[in-house]
Design a binder for this molecule. Structure first.
Ligand code: 13P
Ligand code: SF4
Length: 301
């Protein structure tokens, strides 16, 4: 393991590369990363880098966004098949249809989406900034794509706006059942439930805190409580344990994103050695997808 870490450090220097990682990737990949965070943090970081090469330890939509924000850098996704299923759960035809139905609609696109969907949208959001960004929009009608659970979570907090929903969901969060949460709460009466807004509504109703992966990590660190049920992907446990060695965290064993787990330490080493697989985006698509990403970064400030 130590040789692998040293190899990564050496390759990063040699290739003038930086590694960005999401909290859902394997522990050893998080350990070699220069920046680890939620989707909002990683998209902000992507606008500030000086290295020539960005290795993105995450899924497609994250690496694509980094490329859109950094057209002159080489962006590498160590496993090019690491793709978020939710990113495809709406079509551009559906967007066009909703635009025809409502004059003043704003299409709000969760960053977990393809570049083609972003290109047809007005603004992007992440789970960390969705409420702030949507509140800042002048539009009354909001078509929130692709995630139905995040859409309902945001809509409930902005009752003055009219939401049009889409049926997308994250398979890793959406399968969690309220019965599971209730059973854990029965077993551990003092446990606090920290949930990602991609979880179903009934699970969110049982939560003591709802937020992005970074939000969950910050909440657990600052809390005086000692026992937590974490309703998100298991990769978050790495940072939680580092920050809080004396607290207990329960995760559902099935909360594992197979696409995030495709990024292994070996795939990162291979990516650095060969500087591939490289993310490429046509200039026309890049310009269109850049607008909603920049608008998010502006409104979320
Ligand atoms: P955040 O880290 O932005 O909360 O995103 C969760 C997620 O599902 C990323 O794929
Ligand atoms: Fe997509 Fe869910 Fe995996 Fe995140 S955890 S990348 S939303 S499938």
């Amino acid at each position: 393991m130590r040789e692998n870490f040293e190899r990564v450090a050496q390759l990063k220097k040699e290739k003038n590369a930086v590694i960005l990682a999401h909290y859902y990737v394997d522990d050893d990949v998080q350990q070699v990363a220069d920046y680890i965070g939620d989707s909002y943090y990683l998209s902000k970081v992507a606008t500030t880098l000086s290295e020539k090469v960005i290795v993105f330890a995450g899924v497609n939509f994250m690496a694509d966004s980094a490329k859109v924000l950094n057209p002159d850098k080489k962006v590498i996704l160590p496993d090019i098949t690491a793709d978020c299923p939710m990113a495809h759960m709406v079509t551009t035809a559906q967007i066009k249809k909703v635009r025809e139905m409502y004059d003043d609609v704003a299409v709000v696109c969760y960053i977990n989406s393809t570049l083609e969907l972003k290109a047809e949208s007005d603004v992007c959001v992440t789970s960390a900034n969705a409420i702030k960004v949507v509140k800042a929009l002048p539009n009354k009608n909001i078509f929130f794509i692709p995630d139905k659970n995040l859409a309902h979570f945001v809509a409930e907090r902005i009752p003055e706006k009219h939401f049009i929903y889409n049926e997308g969901y994250c398979p890793v969060h959406n399968f969690l059942e309220v019965k599971y949460v209730e059973d854990i709460k029965k077993k551990y009466p003092n446990i606090k439930v920290l949930a990602h807004p991609e979880c179903p509504r009934l699970v969110l109703e049982k939560a003591d805190y709802i937020g992005s992966t970074s939000g969950i990590i910050d909440y657990a660190k600052n809390s005086d409580d000692k026992e937590f049920l974490i309703c998100t992907e298991n990769g978050v446990n790495h940072k939680l344990k580092l920050d809080n060695p004396n607290k207990m965290f329960i995760f559902n064993d099935l909360s594992i994103c197979p696409d995030m787990k495709k990024i292994t330490l070996q795939s990162v080493i291979d990516a650095l050695e060969g500087l591939k697989p490289e993310v490429t985006v046509s200039e026309d698509l890049r310009k269109l997808a850049l607008k909603p990403l920049e608008k998010m970064l502006e409104l979320a400030k």
